[in-house]
Write a protein that binds this ligand. Structure first.
Ligand SMILES: *Cc1c(COP(=O)(O)O)cnc(C)c1O
Length: 336
């Protein structure tokens, strides 16, 4: 049985107060534009990110796809990182449903895409090539907060070539917290930004796509096409509003807990800890103990994800400092 769940910040359950907000939500048929709670959530999110309009969607995957399809048509392409969620982890939706060609490029060690690589990937207007339309960045990426100066330079570079920009800001509030700036500064310069409410913010479902009004209007049509037009969905949007009001400032606690975990795990020579920027911690486990160590954690109710000898520990609002200390004690018992 899982008692300390560090697999992902998506495992959070709605709190009693969030459930109360959901039960009390004012609703209407959102496909008719009648749901006041959805409208409030869309406006609130857009406001926090410094954009004109917002669109509530069931998932981050659908939000990214609606954005890519709002920017790009059939035979267009978007430049994107090899490890970016909207390229690698969304079942190829842009290509399958949008007829959009991805142009993935390798990340630098710090998670950025080298400006020279972006520049080289922009195709000239020539019938041999897909039309390069968009740069899609992600922040945070693998828990890392990309620096503001880098994003500004990347956006300026592609703007000079007439490209549009999308930010997969699933964890944009974690990025803002780590960078010590308002989220609107992380979002600045991007035409569209997708934000997840169901990660560290603790809502059970939902993402909001924000951007300029005409793009968001296009995305609204595409959302309908993708099956994401929902009815009395204010009952879910209320959870998102609650999350924005109560669970943004406390992301700093998750980051502190990730550092606490990193400090504790660093004491064991078999564990190589990458210091975390935000709430996601990567731990390489020495090959000779990896299997037994993973089994020990599992037996003691500590859940992490693990691939190729690298564990991912994610902190969130359902694992507090006490849970971190208990998990560290369980780790210590293994190495003793
Ligand atoms: C989780 C995530 C998404 C997709 O969100 P879902 O709601 O799971 O579809 C997109 N981008 C990033 C960076 C994510 O972490």
């Amino acid at each position: 049985m899982i008692r300390y769940d560090f697999r992902s910040d998506t495992v959070t359950r709605p709190s009693p107060a969030m459930r109360q907000a959901m039960a009390n939500a004012e609703v209407g048929d959102d496909v008719f534009g009648d749901d006041p709670t959805v409208k409030r959530l869309e406006e609130r999110t857009a406001g926090m990110l410094g954009k004109a309009a917002g669109l509530y969607l069931p998932s981050g995957t659908q939000s990214n796809l609606a954005a890519l399809m709002a920017h790009c048509g059939r035979g267009d392409e978007y430049i994107v990182g090899q490890m970016a969620h909207c390229y690698r982890w969304e079942a190829g939706g842009a290509a399958v449903l949008g007829s959009i060609q991805p142009q993935p490029i390798a990340h630098q060690a710090d998670g950025t895409l080298a400006l020279a690589d972006i520049q080289a990937a922009i195709k000239p207007d020539d019938p041999h090539f897909a039309r390069t339309r968009l740069l899609a960045l992600e922040n945070t990426l693998g828990g890392r907060a990309l620096p503001l100066a880098y994003m500004k330079d990347a956006v300026a570079l592609v703007r000079a070539h007439g490209l549009a920009t999308h930010l997969d800001g699933a964890r944009v509030f974690n990025a803002a917290t780590a960078l010590g700036v308002p989220a609107a500064e992380v979002a600045a310069g991007f035409d569209t930004v997708s934000v997840c409410l169901s990660k560290g913010l603790g809502a059970p479902v939902g993402s909001v796509l924000v951007g300029e009004a005409d793009l968001i209007q296009r995305a609204r049509r595409i959302r309908k096409m993708l099956g994401g037009g929902l009815r009395q969905v204010g009952i879910l949007a209320a959870a998102g509003l609650y999350a924005l009001e109560h669970n943004v400032a406390r992301l700093a606690d998750d980051h502190a807990n990730a550092r606490r975990l990193a400090d504790g795990l660093s004491a064991f020579p078999a564990l190589t800890v990458t210091p975390p920027d935000t709430n996601i911690l990567f731990v390489a486990v020495a090959a000779e103990v990896a299997e037994a160590f993973n089994a020990h954690l599992k037996e003691n109710g500590v859940a992490v994800t693990s691939t190729y000898g690298t564990q991912r520990w994610v902190t969130h609002l359902d694992v507090d400092a006490g849970a971190v200390d208990t998990a560290l004690a369980i780790v210590a018992a293994f190495f003793r």
